[in-house]
Design a protein around this ligand. Structure first.
Ligand code: FAD
Length: 339
């Protein structure tokens, strides 16, 4: 680990000011990703700004009946909060599918949004990686790419976004509230994470001197059906190979009235296709419609040398998650068997 200066921010303005003065500084929240990256010399900030004293640990209702969750609320506290469990069970389920209890107790909302890819080349400073060292190359393309992207990748990067929480937030339609030197900004989650394009070193659209204050969830007007289905190599404590977050309403005539579906583990950001979702509206919640939707969602998928299996796996995962949601039998995160 390289030497760094440690600063403990006493106000949001001070954190923003420190980020502006030290462009290579990093904010420290739970530390469960940043400190690992520093130990491996993947992240080498010269200044660490500890934000744990900032007043960002509240969960409260918004004026329109939605929910605002502070950036420093731990993943565990989000998952067990009564309003989340009652109105946004999809979010609770996705969080509980991730990491371990100890990690969730330390990890924060903002840290989870900002966590970096798990591509092994990104973590290995002895190999090239366009995300870590722009212009150095992408060994994953010809190399070990079983867990890599099948959608939205670029020539320069085939890494995936590892978060479970963000997949649920994408399906729910969350907004990220950030503050920078010019004031507040609200960024829809769909616009927060980026595809790699020709700048894979940038994961998000957050500016270097902005601080995430929290997230806002839209009001839940109807009782949504949901499921978060995560497919992984082990039943717990493993990142998703593929995951699906389904947020659905079905009317009295058994037709789908709203459908918001996101995939995880397949791209540089949680993956949604709103045109495909629109085709589900007004249709019966049947397997044939779910299969058509899944085919459209995966229509642009391109496999790498080792991950052809992910395309069919993703298709089947989304169909299964839609069936679980429609039948009100969401995937359990304590009994992880998939029925
Ligand atoms: C062994 C292991 C297994 C894991 N398994 C999973 C899993 O299955 N699913 C999953 O989703 N995650 C998993 N994780 C990742 C874990 O969820 C993240 O490490 C965690 O969410 C990061 O949160 P943090 O508060 O510790 O962030 P930190 O490590 O403190 O920070 C991470 C990044 O966020 C930035 N940041 C923090 N707060 C702010 C803010 N307010 N504004 C702007 N930037 C900010 C930091 O500067 C840093 O760049 C796992 C992690 C480990 C170590």
């Amino acid at each position: 680990m390289k030497r760094f200066t440690y600063v403990r921010a006493v106000s949001i303005d001070q954190a923003i000011e420190s980020l502006s003065v030290h462009p290579d500084a990093k904010l420290l929240a739970g530390g469960t990703n940043l400190v690992d990256l520093m130990k491996y010399d993947v992240a080498t900030p010269t200044t660490i700004i500890d934000i744990n004293d900032l007043p960002l640990r509240e969960i409260s209702e918004t004026a329109d009946g939605g929910l605002r969750i502070g950036a420093l609320v731990t993943n565990s506290d989000v998952a067990v909060h009564p309003s989340v469990a009652r109105h946004y069970p999809l979010l609770a389920s996705a969080i509980l599918a991730g990491a371990s209890a100890q990690l969730r107790n330390a990890a924060t909302v903002a840290g989870n949004l900002m966590q970096r890819t798990r591509c092994s080349y990104f973590y290995d400073v002895l190999t090239p990686c366009n995300k870590r060292a722009p212009g150095s190359g992408c060994p994953a393309r010809p190399g070990l790419n079983r867990n890599h992207a099948i959608l939205g990748a670029s020539e320069l990067c085939v890494a995936t976004h590892p978060s479970d929480m963000c997949v649920a937030l994408a399906a729910i339609g969350a907004t990220i509230i950030v503050q920078g030197p010019n004031g507040l900004r609200a960024i829809p989650l769909a616009d927060f994470h980026r595809l790699p394009g020709d700048a894979p070193e940038k994961d998000t659209t957050l500016f270097g001197n902005e601080v995430i204050l929290g997230i806002e969830l839209p009001p839940v007007l109807e009782h949504h059906r949901y499921s978060y289905l995560k497919i992984r190599d082990r039943l717990s404590y493993a990142f998703a190979i593929v995951s699906a977050a389904v947020w659905l309403t079905i009317d009295d005539e058994a037709a789908i009235s709203t459908a918001q579906i996101a995939l995880g583990g397949v791209a540089h950001k949680p993956w949604r296709n709103t045109a495909a979702e629109a085709l589900l509206i007004g249709r019966p919640a049947s397997r044939v419609n779910f299969e058509q939707f899944a085919s459209m969602l995966l229509s642009g998928a391109v496999a790498l040398s080792e991950n052809d299996f992910k395309i069919d796996l993703a298709r089947r995962t989304v169909v299964r998650a839609l069936e679980q949601a429609a039948s009100r039998t969401p995937q359990s995160q304590s009994d992880k068997r998939i029925h």
